[in-house]
Design a protein around this ligand. Sequence first.
Ligand code: PMP
Length: 286
Amino acid sequence: MTRTVYLNGDYLPETEAKVSIFDRGFLMADGVYEVTSVLGGKLIDFAGHCARLRRSLAELDMASPCTDAELLAIHRELVSVNDVTDGMVYLQVTRGNPGDRDFAYPPAETKPTLVLFTQNKPGLADSPSAKTGLKVISVPDVRWGRRDIKTVQLLYPSMAKMMAKAAHVDDAWFVEDGMVTEGTSNNAYIVKGNKIITRALSNDILHGITRAAVLRFAREAQMEVEERNFTIEEAQRADEAFITSASAFVTPVVEIDGAPVGAGTAGKVAARLREIYLEEMHKAAI
Ligand code: PMP
């Protein structure tokens, strides 16, 4: 089926949506993005994604293509015309097409490029990995220093996913100065007793929208949350480990660099947090 996608004000068949070769997103990875999950035809934590998009744009002095209300209307229209029950909406804003290549940012009046498309993922919330857990390897974190901005420069995360694939595991955790930063496309956590440990927010990691919600729910459920660095060795010795992201929700990690985490099976805390997260997010979906 040909999807209907959104490009700069128009809803088009995906085969007809064209972006210039001079677009800064294409030439410079000068763009930011968001991925919002859709469950039961509704958007999960849309406000959180909008807020982070605003922050990413502001950090890069990039013009905003439209208001939050307009973005919501576009998301809803795409979900509706493409008949998405479970899946996601991908949104990208670039600094647009200045008509030539230059390192300097183009004049402010250059119109940003706004692209949105949907991805159908039937049964998104029932992924088998929620039960089996993920195996991960550690890889050096050689990404740039502003990982808090959600840019489209995803080459190293792609390379890390390929390293994981070559090692016959599911994903990779980045390590910098001996400490875990985050997963290739998710935030990383360990569990010790009733305590959830995850790296504190800084420019070193993406400020996950799912992370914010999960930590809030954990505190509300009287779990202890400690925001601090941890090593791969500490993670291997922990009771449990898990990751969070907008499309994986809360997913257990059962093996790190070949060593089992805890019992080597999906843990109770991760399962409970996933349950609470999905329940609360279903209720608040729009
Ligand atoms: N860290 C990185 C590097 C990511 O790419 C993602 C997914 N976008 C996350 C964390 C999780 O963020 P979120 O919960 O907002 O999807």
